[in-house]
Ligand binder design. Sequence first.
Ligand SMILES: *Cc1c(COP(=O)(O)O)cnc(C)c1O
Length: 392
Amino acid sequence: MSTHQHSSLTDIITHTGEDRSSYYNAIAPPIIQSSNFVFDTIDDMRKAFADELDYHIYTRGNNPTVEILRKKIAALEKTEDALITGSGAAAIATAMLANVQAGDHVICVQKPYTWTYKLISQLLDKFKVTYEFVDGRDIENIKKAYNKNTSVLYLESPNSLTFELQDLEACGKWAKENGVITMIDNSHCSPFFQNPADYGIDIILHSATKYINGHSDVVAGVICASQKMISKIFEESYMVLGTIISPHDASLLLRGLRTFTLRVEKSNETAQRLAEFLSNHPKIEKVIYPFHSNFEQYELARKQMRGAGGLITIKLNAADKSGVFRFINNVKYFLKAVSWGGYESLMMPSIVFHDIPGRPDSPIHWTYVRLYCGLEDYEILQLDLQKALDAI
Ligand SMILES: *Cc1c(COP(=O)(O)O)cnc(C)c1O
């Protein structure tokens, strides 16, 4: 990244949204743990109700601690405004529900995040919104799925397991020409490595549980968009569903954000090095990492992303399932857990979703394991994997 980008991120993280003179010049943003706010006069009260998104009336709408976070996140994603929700799933559902009605059609990329899939195929389906999941690696598939009722194009680039990409510039342009609203789950890249607003994507969503908070101690989400779109979402779904985050959790996110650039850079650097190491190991059949030169969409990744982040998926060269179990049980530093984005390195083996009585096997083969590179020393992580690979 250029120094220019760095300095503007630093500026956002230190200053944007903060108004220290209004809270005793405290350096750290205060936790305003209050459900409601008092007005001095009837005029003030009337003025506030005309603009509930910008005034402090009630914490389900706009809380001062949450508002500081909103402003920083919007600036990081280069959008006019943002809303913070109690989870990434809430951000996705809240943004979607404000933009569809019965009779509409949604185009979504194949294999989106599990609960996005359920939102579209089950919840929206109940309200007569139709949908189609398409392979978004080729924009022709998106164009083919389009019909006159298509209102939303939902993207996830890269997805967080096998990292398929969509050409954001082409999608943004096509959608604008066809009056389709574009939404993207940008959790994988975080605003550090990709700003979909640069390509005309309308709504940018994150699971802030991952890189934005970065400490595996809060579940949260964000919605970034133009002022007009944020007002629409605020009125039509956010206030109705009550998907706000608590002031206390917002303050943990603000604290997590202070080290955002350091954390994401370190996680990325370790992953980039580990991907190289793993791709040369005989016990590994394949490494999937968007910035590895063997990646199927490498050129596109280089074009629209500034880094590929801390997730790597490997396909083990194991003859049977017991080899995979030996590998998993021999790894010590990559903790066996879902999620990612915190300090600790994690692993998520596909074999977890195989041979479960009464359930179909995961479409991802049992030799696949997703690794998240946390902030431990590279040498420790590399040695840990090397030992476990030897055990296969
Ligand atoms: C975790 C995750 C989500 C869901 O976010 P929650 O904060 O768990 O609700 C959505 N998309 C992606 C890509 C994720 O990794």
